[in-house]
Design a protein around this ligand. Structure first.
Ligand SMILES: *Cc1c(COP(=O)(O)O)cnc(C)c1O
Length: 427
């Protein structure tokens, strides 16, 4: 029953393009009406028709302690009483910066912004300013926010200069973005051969925006080597994987050390926060210390910092949480795989800490082309059956899933029962 959501969606469509403020929320790739949410609590979402869902989206990643988490809310409310924004420095910013910098040998300084998009956009500007070069390399299927130079698609093939993937992005901008194939070092070499002007290589070291597709260790090693040989910076975009895959994000899995890292999602604990960091010598180029300009009226917002600080401190005090959440994620996709096998449905699964992914695909998924060969039509039908049964998975085959702390084994078992029911219906 989604009667009220249906009416709400129709009304939203009259006032907001597509009825939503971020496109994927419209459920276009799975069909049906997006449930309008009234509130969340722990692992659950409640919509305005009174339906309850076990939520594997958690606001697309940020809510590692679940919805309306009491400790986070207390931190937010306490800070909000003192004022919502000052446009002047606060102690909170230094405290959060310290907590993050302490975890990474390769990050001496960090700058806070208000979204992941802004973090990546600013990191790339800094990489360009630092190296004095214009071109960048990104990978097909990686998402780095919606800034102009990153909305690029592959044109005739990988390892070419990109084409705009959206109207409104001048080709003059995207000609500085070269596209390579994920987990394919040769395609990166071709990019370096095509341009002697590469400022940086940016990658999601654990890709979560084409479904969950981790980079292979040799591939990351190869990137590091190529960047060093060519004097380019290596940027890990950990807006999603940071404080999600492990306490040190992808750096908890690989020995490869990036020059810059971007954060978002979990570091704001549900409030709008992004950040980028690097060693002091690179960060010294950033305004007001250096000439590369970057600013924000609400950057380092005190209420958002309080939320982030509360969450990051708790994670640092209890790093075992990542093993616990990983065990649950493995329980979920392991059970899912067994059910799929029993029904003859091809399924690929992957887990990194509290992140998981699944593809209705016969072959292992190593890059975006592989991911696109998944059965999208089956995914759409599966998604609808799960929504009907009160399980809220991301509404696209090309998204990761997230386990939050309140989502325990009991809820995983309940989810597996619903998956079993859905499979019976679908096959
Ligand atoms: C979500 C995401 C972004 C963009 O962050 P926003 O806060 O949505 O602007 C950038 N990079 C990665 C890897 C992301 O997952």
């Amino acid at each position: 029953m989604l009667e009220r959501s249906k009416a709400a969606y129709e009304e939203a469509l009259r006032y907001i393009p597509g009825g939503v403020d971020s496109p994927v929320r419209a459920f276009k790739s799975v069909g049906g009406v997006p449930p309008f949410i009234e509130r969340g609590e722990g692992a659950y979402l409640y919509d305005i028709d009174g339906n309850r869902y076990i939520d594997y989206v958690q606001s697309w990643g940020p809510l590692i302690f679940g919805h309306a988490d009491k400790e986070t809310l207390d931190a937010v409310c306490e800070q909000a009483q003192k004022g919502l924004s000052f446009g002047a420095p606060t102690l909170l910013e230094t405290e959060l910066a310290k907590e993050i910098v302490e975890l990474f040998d390769n990050i001496d300084k960090i700058r806070f912004v208000s979204s992941g998009t802004e973090a990546v956009m600013s990191a790339i500007r800094l990489a360009r300013g630092y190296t004095g070069r214009d071109d960048i390399i990104k990978f097909e299927g990686c998402y780095h926010g919606h800034s102009d130079s990153l909305l690029v698609s592959a044109g005739s093939g990988a390892a070419t200069f990109g084409n705009p993937s959206s109207p409104g992005v001048p080709a003059d901008f995207t000609k500085h973005t070269l596209l390579a194939r994920y987990n394919d070092l040769e395609s990166v070499k071709r990019c370096f051969e095509a341009s002697a002007n590469i400022a940086c290589v940016i990658i999601e070291p654990i890709a979560g925006n084409m479904g969950l597709v981790p980079a292979e260790e040799e591939f990351l090693q190869g990137l590091r080597k190529l960047c060093d040989e060519h004097g380019a910076l290596l940027i890990f975009d950990e807006v999603m994987s940071g404080f999600r895959a492990s306490l040190r994000g992808a750096q908890g899995y690989t020995d490869v050390v990036p020059d810059m890292v971007t954060f978002g999602k979990v570091i704001g604990g549900g409030m709008p926060v992004g950040a980028f960091g690097a060693r002091a010598e690179i960060m010294a180029h950033l305004s007001p210390e250096g000439p590369v300009y970057q600013a924000g009226t609400l950057s380092g917002n005190p209420v958002a910092m309080a939320a982030g600080l509360s969450v990051i401190r708790r994670l640092k005090a209890n790093p075992k949480i990542f093993e616990i959440l990983e065990a649950r994620a493995k329980g979920l996709v392991g059970g899912f795989k067994k059910i799929a096998d029993a029904h003859g449905v091809p399924l690929q699964v992957e887990v990194r800490g509290s992140m998981f992914g699944f593809f209705f695909n016969e072959n292992p998924v190593k890059n975006f082309d592989d991911a696109k060969r998944s059965d999208l039509e089956f995914f759409a039908r599966f998604h609808q059956e799960m929504i009907k049964r009160g399980v809220y998975f991301a509404c696209s085959q090309f998204e990761a899933g997230f386990i939050c702390e309140p989502l325990d084994e009991k809820l995983i078992d309940e989810t597996l029962e619903k998956i079993e029911e859905a499979m019976k219906k679908l096959v």
